[in-house]
Design a binder for this molecule. Structure first.
Ligand SMILES: Cc1cc2nc3c(=O)[nH]c(=O)nc-3n(C[C@H](O)[C@H](O)[C@H](O)COP(=O)(O)O)c2cc1C
Length: 296
């Protein structure tokens, strides 16, 4: 299964079997956490496997999760990084890669927001580490065949992906209504507000790329992205929201960057994200900020 196929199945899991990972999965996951990641050196970056989820959920209650409510899970990954925005985005990018790999191993997961890094670190004895930017709950999904059932919920799939593979699977309909407008509504050409249509994206070979972004997880599922296509560059902008911390905004940005890169690579349009040259005036409103520039 390639990464795009996994991406189409991606879904947060919040209900887990009361069962630890088997030794082999634990070992494989721990080597993933220690392996070099695609973003190079990130100051303060460290991923810690939390063995005793039950104890951690009690200690972290009030300090992490929406409204301080933790997701109960057999294990967690504690995600540490320097809190400078670029570092947080790169951290999210690296961690989302692990999230997709876990899915391929049959391990469900869910990002958890951290409300008070200092208190959480003190409670868990992690004061020597950099900022706790997020947690990831993980374990075997409670529902049997959790991942395969995700497919059966799709509206009228043209093919059954479990039997026939993914080629030809068309997910871009809901109650038989095409979702094409949804894709183009968050992409502008050259300048903010200059909307494009699906056919134009198709002509540029970008249609499928944006399609995959809707699978990217985000804080509160707010899907805060907009893109400006500027010739061979693509600018990612993220919506500011007073309810959302700067760290969470940057995590959302890094995850979107990861999905975008993956989809571009699979479309044969390889390029790189950079955080430089973000001073060009695209007429971006004050409640959005420029996250990065993808050059291909
Ligand atoms: C930065 C970030 C923080 C999140 N924090 C929480 C959380 O604290 N509790 C929770 O239940 N889900 C959390 N989520 C999961 C999102 O709610 C979820 O990804 C989103 O609703 C989309 O649903 P899906 O992942 O099933 O597609 C978080 C996701 C992100 C990216």
């Amino acid at each position: 299964m390639n990464k795009l196929e996994i991406l189409e199945k991606r879904k947060s899991c919040r209900n887990y079997k009361k069962k630890e990972l088997v030794e082999e999965d634990k070992r494989d996951l721990c080597s993933l956490l220690e392996a070099p990641h695609p973003m190079g050196n990130i100051p303060g970056y460290e991923l810690v496997f939390v063995e005793d989820g039950q104890r951690a959920a009690i200690k972290l209650g009030g300090f992490a999760g929406y409204n301080g409510v933790m997701i109960d899970a057999p294990h967690y990954i504690a995600v540490f990084s320097n809190s400078e925005p670029d570092n947080v985005r790169m951290t999210a990018y690296a961690v989302e890669d692990i999230v997709l790999r876990m899915m391929a191993m049959g391990i469900g997961s869910c990002w958890i927001t951290v409300l008070d890094s200092y208190a959480a670190k003190t409670s868990m004895g992690w004061r020597d580490k950099d900022e706790l930017v997020a947690l990831v709950a993980l374990g075997y999904p409670k529902e049997d065949n959790y991942f395969s059932r995700l497919f059966s919920n799709l509206k009228h799939p043209l093919v059954n992906p479990l039997k026939e593979g993914y080629a030809g699977l068309n997910l871009e309909t809901k109650n038989d209504i095409p979702l094409r407008e949804e894709t183009s509504s968050f992409v502008y050409l050259d300048r903010w507000g200059n909307s494009t249509d699906y056919d134009e994206l198709e002509r540029r070979g970008l249609d499928r790329v944006y399609y995959y972004l809707k699978y990217a997880p985000s804080w509160g599922n707010r899907q805060p992205w907009k893109f400006i296509v500027d010739h061979d560059d693509i600018i990612l902008c993220i919506h500011k929201n007073p309810q959302v911390s700067q760290v969470s905004e940057n995590l959302d940005g890094g995850i979107a960057m990861y999905y975008f890169k993956l989809a571009m690579d699979e479309n044969g349009l390889s390029g790189q994200w950079t955080f430089n040259n973000l001073d060009k005036d695209y007429g971006i409103p004050e409640d959005y900020w420029m996250t990065g520039r993808f050059t291909f």
